[in-house]
Design a protein around this ligand. Structure first.
Ligand code: BG6
Length: 518
């Protein structure tokens, strides 16, 4: 199916439809697709969960979500009613094989009344403990048999280490073909993350410089100011490494480091990305501290508000050793990236919600200018701002106006909101539309998830065996533990303050980015 065509008729089944994901992300995304005429001509969304609820109650509950989460100003009564007619709810027990047989009959009936091909999408918005049972029961009810139209969507976490990921993948691929499986990493649906591909491979300008000869190092920062919110029970078992680095940050790294794909076909992109993961140099177990740092937040202040420590959050153990901050140094062992460090950091309760990739270029090979001209000189830097203010910034040197030769860094800026004056689609809209179209390019393949766990295996093992004694070791509202600074400082470099923050604090710093240098 073409990238610009509306999908075939679709039945969208959501397991765990009474939960938060359906309410907060899935239904607002489907509704927005509907408003923009991307939904199939014929579709049905069937919510499935244990609790008793009628269609009308389900619709009412979801309307409230759309009111709050839809970027559209106001929910149009008539359009919502037309959309909501397609929403249904069925209560049931996911352990019960009969429930799945009844479901199969129901689906067959619906499809019989529709002509043409129909997609059946099974969306698993359930805790990991239920996944295997649901997948097996779908298989027993033969709901996996339509190898073209039947698709299953799995949310992270994809296991909690290499072994559990392999088992999960075996369960999924035992019943469905890999081409029917869509493992969601919502970062891949973000407009700016996709734009890394457009920027790298739609321009000739940067690609010749995109290698070890010109790039000194790469930094990937995904910072959040929120704590664990209401997800303490899940997060306390996961931690920052599993929750963010295993998926979102490593996927961004892949997009930055991959070789040029021949086409945008799903497997082509995924092959190139998995090559990067396979090329990541194994972190030496005995030297973990030189390559990986963890932290946990203590109470502190964020935007003038006092916030509690991680251990005081709901559903978190009062002596928890789970990390809420993680930073890594990785190397990609291939011709392009040999000896170029990739520094990754993420954490909760950092000063702001901001994600950015900084590509730091090398200094010029020979300085033509006298020392007096170079007081403010800085090497080139390219910044890919992923959120909240999406944009691309390039720092380069110019002559400072005046009668003497003095070089000054300036920033060339591109902001999406200014250039296009349009709200980009939300990640879930892009991803759900791709599932309906059968385009898996933005989804994780089994081997990608396993290769990502492989990269982290030594860190997981070392952290498991050596408990942290210093937790909590950073104050909420700061950039993480001191060790995080040391990780990069030991190489004579420093973390870049994300452009968004520099611009917020001081507009001049935005234009003449001279602060925080490496
Ligand atoms: C999720 C993590 O995958 O990503 C959360 O489980 C995190 O802990 C979230 O808060 C961040 O996503 P975004 O899109 O808000 O940056």
């Amino acid at each position: 199916m073409g990238k610009n065509a509306r999908p075939d008729s679709t039945i969208f089944l959501i397991f765990g439809a009474a939960g938060d994901l359906t309410w907060r992300k899935l239904i607002p995304a489907l509704y927005n697709l509907y408003l923009d005429d991307w939904m199939p001509e014929r579709f049905m969304v069937l919510g499935l969960d244990r609790i008793e609820m009628g269609d009308e109650e389900f619709r009412h509950h979801l309307r409230d979500s759309v009111e709050r989460n839809s970027p559209q100003e106001k929910v149009d009564k008539d359009r919502w009613s037309a959309f909501a007619e397609n929403l249904h709810f069925t209560s049931g027990d996911f352990k019960d094989e009969k429930f799945f047989n009844d479901l199969a009959e129901e689906l067959a009936k619906v499809k019989k009344g529709w002509d043409g091909p129909t997609n059946t999408i099974f969306y698993l918005a359930v805790p990991p403990s239920l996944v295997e049972m649901i997948v097996q029961n779908l298989g027993k009810a033969k709901l996996n048999q339509d190898r073209q139209g039947a698709r299953i969507v799995a949310e992270k976490p994809f296991g909690r280490d290499m072994d559990s990921a392999e088992r999960l993948n075996q369960t999924l691929t035992g019943i469905f073909n890999e081409s029917q499986i869509y493992r969601i990493d919502h970062y891949l649906g973000k407009e700016t993350v996709q734009n890394i591909l457009a920027f790298r491979f739609g321009n000739t300008l940067f690609e010749p410089l995109w290698n070890r000869h010109y790039i000194d190092h790469v930094q990937i920062t995904v910072a959040e100011s929120v704590g664990v919110e209401h997800r303490g029970a899940y997060y306390d078992q996961a931690g920052a490494l599993r929750d963010m680095i295993q998926n979102h940050l490593l996927q961004i790294l892949c997009l930055i480091a991959m070789e040029a794909p021949v086409s945008l076909k799903g497997n082509e992109i995924r092959n190139k990305k998995v090559d990067v993961l396979h090329a990541i140099r194994p972190i030496p177990f005995e030297e973990i501290n030189r390559f990986a740092v963890r932290g946990q937040y203590a109470a502190g202040w964020i935007e003038g508000e006092h916030v509690k420590s991680y251990r005081e959050e709901p559903d978190v153990a009062s002596d928890s050793l789970t990390e809420t901050y993680a930073a890594l140094k990785l190397f990609v062992d291939n011709w392009r990236w040999q000896s170029v460090p990739f520094y990754l950091r993420t954490g909760k309760r950092l000063p702001a919600k901001v994600s950015e990739v900084a590509i730091q270029f090398r200094p010029v090979p020979h300085q033509t200018f006298p020392a007096a001209a170079l007081m403010d000189w800085r090497p080139n830097r390219l910044l890919l701002a992923i959120q909240p203010d999406e944009g691309i910034f390039l720092r380069f040197e110019v002559k400072h106006p005046g009668l003497t030769m003095h070089l000054s860094p300036v920033l060339m800026q591109f902001y999406y909101r200014e250039a296009f004056q349009a709200e980009p689609p939300k990640a879930y809209e892009t991803l759900l539309l791709d599932v309906m179209r059968g385009d898996a390019a933005l989804f994780m393949r089994a081997d990608q998830t396993e290769a990502a766990w492989q990269v982290l295996a030594p860190v997981l093992q070392a952290w498991e065996e050596n408990k942290p004694f210093s937790f909590p070791n950073y104050q909420a509202g700061t950039w993480g533990p001191e060790e995080g600074e040391i990780l990069i400082a030991q190489d004579g470099r420093s973390w870049v303050i994300p452009t968004y923050l520099q611009c917020q604090e001081n507009l001049a710093a935005c234009h003449i980015a001279t602060t925080n240098e490496s």
